[in-house]
Design a protein around this ligand. Structure first.
Ligand code: COA
Length: 734
């Protein structure tokens, strides 16, 4: 069974053919596996010693769906060359062939995996098995009859919800809904499936056909109303994206005209979705997200294994520290939470408790599990217990002097193999370690790194792991393993001001402020950036979320580090002076309702805008602002962001351009449906980006032209036609 080849194994036990899907690690449906499954099914049907078939999976899994690699295979054709005729035939044979079939499911049955299982006449699963149709998250729709069979098994509303949210359910919930017929422990899976298959073959249990069932479907009028509601909800959530509507088209066709007509509609809708750019972008993000875990010189070093991190000391119980501690205890990691006095420590503990309780309220964990997680935290007011720590994460305020003192103390208080990390969002890591023995070249330098979480740390999915020139591969590997354990997507980045994420954030904010100083309405800018482009919120609303004080503080680092390409405005300082710090003071660019916290435009902002515009002197007093269309606004804001992203790639701050895509999607909220910053820039084209940046530079005049100056990497791509996502030429040759 250890074969890596995509094939379905065949054996007969007690008159039951056991067909086992095999393609490590998750038995994804490679076209060869589908062909082999089809052949083995026909073999079972023509084998006179066989009464029934059990379909199962090797590698402790049933199947993770169609092989997504095929979507990127240029030889496979659109939609990964999915051949709906063979797929429909497989399900036809499974469901309606001469002999009944039972699916024996463990691990995951997702996408095509669940679709094949639903084609069987019955399903048995092990506890905790994940069942779902997550195709929409890849920009396609369920195939293999998934859009037809799921509503007939679990009801229309639940099926639409599962497909539109791409969220799997556990086997136990599947049992209640009727998606599976029994849940049994792993060791009983095959015996139970064999027994059920034999019972169905002998007529002791009914043979069910999900494609033609109607008992779970509502009456037509109600069904159409449910689909209309699902359409509206999909539009609200997916901002006018086409493929969720295509999925609903297929479901609707089946409801109106029956399962068989639904299959044909599904095939057409699938082909339409597979030809949309959204699909390419989302598949790119799927693989990019997985490839961040593979880092040259770290994960490919023969014999290098991650060391376990059992106990982490977190310094600082503020918003970040308590969020980090929560993420750790949720994964069963022991935490020592250190604060400077009992009051702060109690407050930090309270925040962790509140984070856990909020998960209990949402039904994400039981109160027993929350209590157990909380019991993993020990409070500390000094370093006496730090000998137990395998890693330290410092999360105090962004004060270089304070951080330097802390790291000098840590070096003395921790074991010599303890990893020393800082959660700084912008400060050079070498500077943080400057007061340790021997500074950035001293003995502790190899175990010093940045562990940059995003707020709220127990929710946000990205972890920037910042390596200095001396951080050892072992320490990076250990931190990568910890990141997987706490369910974060890691991006290993080089050391510089702002690392990868905040490097691309600063031009985002600065270009928006520059537009405001040119006379454009900040609220219009936010509407265009969020509503039209699909960011979770516009730059001014984001300022209010983060806080004008933090924005000013962080921005100052970029002004110091990159003076030739920053736009310095009076606007944010003016907000600070007026104590308009954002949500936390009830006013920023927006005003916030004290009860609902809802943001609305504030007329009182006008004098501050006027003062900032006057100070900027970009337009004559009383003159009209430049007539920029919504599309111009997007170019003005996002092309400087791309420009900085290109610098990050060219400087090797990220290991590969796709890492920048993942970082932009997971920390900045750049729309995944656009494939991430650099992937999107390639779609737009380097030539157009360079030309537009030069136009904007001319528009703002020589004093501010540096902000728009295209970097060498971008210009070279524009001139050569080389893809920005290819990375710098030297790296591409590796
Ligand atoms: N096709 C091809 N490869 C797949 C795959 C698929 N359907 N599903 C998972 N893989 C690969 C991953 O790329 C990864 O490969 P790598 O180790 O070379 O990076 C490996 O299987 C393990 O997957 P990973 O996501 O890292 O493991 P996980 O335990 O965190 O998650 C799943 C497992 C199944 C939940 C997750 O992989 C997933 O969501 N897969 C896609 C499911 C899907 O959308 N199916 C419908 C396809 S049309």
């Amino acid at each position: 069974m250890a074969s890596k080849k995509p094939e379905a194994f065949y054996r007969v036990e007690d008159g039951i053919a056991i067909i086992t899907l095999n393609y490590p690690p998750l038995n994804a449906l490679h076209p060869l596996l589908l062909r082999s499954l089809f052949d083995q099914l026909r073999r079972a049907h023509s084998d006179p010693t066989v009464q029934a078939v059990v379909l199962t999976g090797a590698n402790n899994n049933f199947c993770a769906g169609f092989d997504i690699n095929q979507f990127q295979n240029p030889d496979a054709g659109a939609g990964g060359g999915i051949d709906n005729t063979i797929n429909d035939s497989i399900c036809e044979v499974l469901e309606g062939g001469a002999k009944p079939t039972v699916a024996a499911i463990q691990g995951v049955a997702l996408g095509g995996g669940l679709e094949v299982a639903m084609g069987c006449n019955a399903r048995i699963a092990t506890p905790g098995t994940r069942l779902g149709l997550p195709e929409l998250q890849l920009g396609i729709i369920p195939g293999f009859g998934g859009t037809q069979r799921l509503p007939r098994l679990v009801g229309l509303a639940k099926a639409a919800e599962m497909m539109l949210t791409s969220t799997p359910i556990k086997a136990e919930a599947g049992l209640k809904l009727g998606l599976v017929d029994a849940v049994v422990p792993a060791e009983q899976l095959l015996p139970a499936a064999r027994a059920l298959a034999r019972d169905i073959a002998a007529g002791r249990k009914p043979r069910l056909y999900s494609l033609t069932r109607t008992d779970k479907l509502p009456a037509l009028g109600e069904a159409l109303a449910t689909i209309e509601m699902a359409r509206a909800e999909a539009n609200r959530r997916a901002r006018g994206l086409r493929h969720p509507q295509l999925c609903l088209d297929a479901i609707q066709a089946g409801i109106e005209r029956g399962g068989a007509a639904g299959l044909a509609a599904e095939g057409a809708a699938f082909a339409a979705a597979a030809s949309l750019p959204t699909h390419k972008a989302l598949v790119h993000i799927f693989f990019a997200q997985r490839s961040t875990k593979k880092v040259k010189g770290v994960t490919d070093v023969p014999g290098l294994k991650p060391r376990p991190i059992r106990c982490v000391a977190v310094l600082g119980g503020g918003l970040m520290g308590s969020g980090i501690a929560t993420a750790l205890v949720l994964a069963g990691v022991e935490v020592i939470l250190k604060e400077v006095n009992q009051g702060f420590l109690d407050a930090g503990m309270g925040r962790i408790k509140a984070n856990l309780q909020s998960r209990v309220k949402k039904g994400a964990m039981t109160s027993e599990a929350a209590a157990k997680a909380l019991s993993l935290v020990t409070g500390a007011l000094d370093y006496s217990g730090f000998g137990a720590a395998d890693m330290v994460i410092e999360a105090v305020i962004e004060d270089i002097g304070l951080k330097q003192r802390i790291f000098a103390d840590l070096e003395k208080s921790c074991r010599p193999d303890c990893i020393l990390s800082t959660n700084t969002s912008t400060i050079d890591i070498d500077l943080v370690g400057a007061k340790m023995q021997g500074g950035p070249t001293g003995p502790a330098a190899s175990r010093l790194l940045g562990a940059h979480f995003f707020s709220p740390a127990h929710v946000m999915p990205l972890l920037e792991i910042v390596r200095t020139s001396r951080t050892s591969p072992q320490v990076l590997l250990d931190t990568l393993a910890l990141s997987s354990r706490i369910k974060k997507t890691p991006v290993v980045v080089g050391n510089c001001t702002g690392f990868a994420v905040n490097r691309v954030f600063f031009p985002y904010t600065m270009s928006a402020v520059l537009l405001a100083d040119l006379g454009l309405d900040p609220y219009r800018i936010d509407t265009v950036v969020a509503g039209k482009f699909g960011m979770p919120m516009g730059p001014f609303r984001l300022n209010d979320l983060v806080g004008s004080d933090i924005g000013l503080h962080v921005g100052a680092n970029f002004v110091t580090s990159f003076p030739e390409r920053v736009y310095v405005s009076r606007l944010i300082p003016l907000l600070n002076e007026a104590k308009r710090l954002g949500e936390k003071t009830g006013k920023g660019f927006y005003k916030f309702d004290s009860k609902t916290r809802k943001a609305s435009p504030d007329p009182e902002l006008a004098p501050l805008l006027a003062e900032s515009r006057k100070a900027a002197g970009l337009v004559q007093p009383g003159a009209k602002p430049p007539a920029l269309t919504d599309a111009d606004i997007l170019d003005f804001i996002f092309f400087p962001v791309v420009n900085e992203g290109c610098r990050v790639v060219a400087e090797g701050i990220v290991d590969k351009a796709a890492d920048m895509d993942v970082a932009s999607v997971m920390a900045m909220g750049f729309p995944a449906v656009k494939g991430g910053l650099i992937f999107w820039a390639d779609l737009v084209g380097a030539q157009r980006i360079v030309a537009r940046l030069r136009q904007f530079a001319a528009m703002v005049g020589p004093t501010h032209a540096g902000f728009f100056k295209p970097c060498e990497y971008l210009v070279a791509a524009a001139e050569s036609g080389r893809k920005l996502s290819a990375g710098p030429p030297a790296a591409a040759k590796l």
